[in-house]
Design a protein around this ligand. Structure first.
Ligand SMILES: C[S@@+](CC[C@H](N)C(=O)[O-])C[C@H]1O[C@@H](n2cnc3c(N)ncnc32)[C@H](O)[C@@H]1O
Length: 267
């Protein structure tokens, strides 16, 4: 009980369908706060050498590949969804970055790249939880150079249990106890959820040392749905909430309350 068969085909279809609207969604309040905190931390871990080659695995429409390429990095963006890759191409062409970002259709559970090809590997907002997590982490580790760093993100177990506590307390209890490990989140039927300890084990089992963990979507999770989804917000309120989110993202005692756990690992 609690394990689900995940079909890559249904994931592909889902992202193909939402790809034309994906970038618009990034403009709502909670996504902008999440994006700010992610970028502020991510910048601290990318290689010093701007000629480095970065893999953006499950990179979607280029949300992270584009700013990385603007800094000078060479990026390989791969994704399973043709729709997302098509949108990425439009965004990349608009920014005139096609010489810095290569696009490739790939399944992150079985990458075609050789061992130790990349200086830095990024896998943000979903793929590790959406696809088979063990296989994804193994593949990300395989293509990363020795001593290279990796940034990945998984969906947190406890907040997704707590939001179900009122309407489905039995389910919430099963999620907390680890009897249910796959949960519907952000339109995806089965996301693997993790506690901070579980995610640490996942990376360590794959010979990746976890050197830092950030909690994201702690503050926006307690705001009303209306505020989370608005595009019309006050700048002062936005900058205060994003600062709150940024401050709490590094608070170890709150990691379990984060909807996203962002992991920095070293091979
Ligand atoms: C929520 S989006 C995030 C995209 C991007 N990483 C970002 O942060 O904006 C999740 C992405 O993971 C991709 N994805 C899911 N499963 C995948 C798989 N097995 N292989 C490659 N990409 C996958 C989806 O197609 C989608 O583009």
């Amino acid at each position: 009980m609690g394990e689900k068969n995940k079909s890559n085909e249904s994931i592909k279809t889902l992202f193909d369908t939402i790809s034309p609207y994906f970038d618009e969604w990034a403009e709502v309040f909670q996504e902008k706060v999440y994006g700010y905190v992610t970028w502020e931390h991510l910048k601290k871990h990318i290689p010093k050498d701007r000629n480095s080659l970065i893999l953006d695995a499950g990179g979607g429409t280029g949300r992270w590949a584009i700013p990385l390429a603007k800094m000078g990095y060479n990026v390989m963006l791969c994704d399973i969804s043709e729709g997302m890759l098509k949108q990425a191409k439009k965004n990349i062409d608009k920014e005139k970055l096609s010489e810095k970002i290569a696009l490739k259709k790939e399944d992150v559970t079985k990458l075609s790249f050789p061992d130790e090809m990349f200086d830095f590997v990024l896998c943000e907002d979903g793929p590790v939880s959406i696809a088979d997590s063990q296989k994804v982490v193994r593949e990300l580790g395989r293509v990363l150079k020795k001593d290279g760093k990796m940034w990945a993100c998984v969906v947190g177990r406890y907040p997704l249990a707590l939001v179900r506590a009122e309407k489905s307390s039995e389910k919430a209890l099963k999620i907390i106890k680890g009897e249910i490990n796959y949960v519907r989140y952000k339109g995806v039927d089965s996301n693997r959820v993790f506690s901070p300890k579980e995610v640490q084990n996942l990376f360590q089992e794959n010979d990746i040392e976890v050197i830092k963990m950030y909690g994201n979507r702690i503050v926006t999770a307690v705001l009303s749905k209306e505020i989370q989804r608005t595009m019309d917000f006050d700048d002062k309120f936005f900058s205060e909430i994003r600062e709150l989110e940024y401050q709490l993202s590094e608070e170890p005692s709150l990691l379990g309350m984060a909807k996203y756990l962002q992991i920095v690992g070293r091979k």
